[in-house]
Design a protein around this ligand. Sequence first.
Ligand SMILES: NC(=O)c1ccc[n+]([C@@H]2O[C@H](COP(=O)([O-])OP(=O)(O)OC[C@H]3O[C@@H](n4cnc5c(N)ncnc54)[C@H](O)[C@@H]3O)[C@@H](O)[C@H]2O)c1
Length: 343
Amino acid sequence: MGRINVGVIGTGWIGEIRAKVCAAHPLVESLHLAEIDRGKLERVARETRARTATADYRELLRRKDIDAVFVCTTPEDTHYPITRDCLLARKHTLLEKPIGLELKEADELMALAREGELKFTIGYTQRFNPKYAYVKKCVVDGTLGRPVTALVSRNVSRSIGHKIGGRIRLSPAVMEATHDVDFILWCLEPLRPTRVYAQSVYRIMEQAHGVPDCTWIMVTMEDGTAFTIGAGWALPPGYPHFSTATIEFVATEGALLIDDTHRDMILNTMQKGMVLPLSTMPGEQVGHVYQGPMQAETIHFIEAVALDRAVLVTPAEARQVMEVTLAADLSAERNEPVKLPLL
Ligand SMILES: NC(=O)c1ccc[n+]([C@@H]2O[C@H](COP(=O)([O-])OP(=O)(O)OC[C@H]3O[C@@H](n4cnc5c(N)ncnc54)[C@H](O)[C@@H]3O)[C@@H](O)[C@H]2O)c1
């Protein structure tokens, strides 16, 4: 296949980034948008020079010439029905995480993609962050030896907690830790997780949205390797602006310590005081360059479809991540460890 025609469904924060990367890519022949918010649709269509723009995504899917679609809608209960429609319409699909709300949704989407011989992947964007890819590389090439343990502690601004909590009752495990669970499971593959223990704390977000402020998750792998992911969304709005993460990966022959706190740039203005710019997880366009991993991830999917290459994140891996995060919520609720696979 040569140049491709691409659709983006949902042009909010993430869909707009996807659409703009597609619009600038030489392998994209035309861009087609679907968004129920008319104002957003018109603005993003204008800025990306989209060939078509509609409020009804089914109209986009009826176009036979569209090869690939990005599903970037919220709330997250739209992911499964819209993605099912994309796969039934025989479109290669990148779906933002999570792959579904229940494992049976993930199973059905995986089966549809398999039967249709379609590329289907989930937006685990941090795999395209060079710092994270470096950990994977050092595991694969033997630099670190056999993994012993890992830790990812991530906190994001309260504004993100309010945005997510305000639209759907999903936990920090399912919505935030999911990126880091995917990252560590990717580094440890082909080992499978067998046990999950988690604790959640309720202080701030419970009142407004009924969700915890943070969840700490401990995962044990089949060979006894154990790792911990902490995910919270209760940081005050002004600091660290969006996202801060500290990573430790410890193995028999070495260790990697990663600072992903975004404290290397400080902007101080009379109007807003001190903020840490360029501290979001997907990144953003800065004039003529893109800072962060989402541009590379979007291009990877365009190239996978146009040049018939394999996708980096398989749906089976995304399903495994979902199983761990669901088990984490279950464990925190029951106050006891949960064995995998979930029955
Ligand atoms: N990979 C990452 O780093 C990353 C970061 C943030 C969010 N996400 C994921 O990306 C997804 C989008 O997040 P966001 O922050 O852009 O959300 P958002 O709320 O800003 O945008 C979602 C858009 O979908 C639109 N929409 C809803 N139903 C629709 C429909 N039926 N047809 C067309 N449009 C529809 C909404 O109007 C909205 O504009 C979420 O599922 C989230 O989990 C991923």
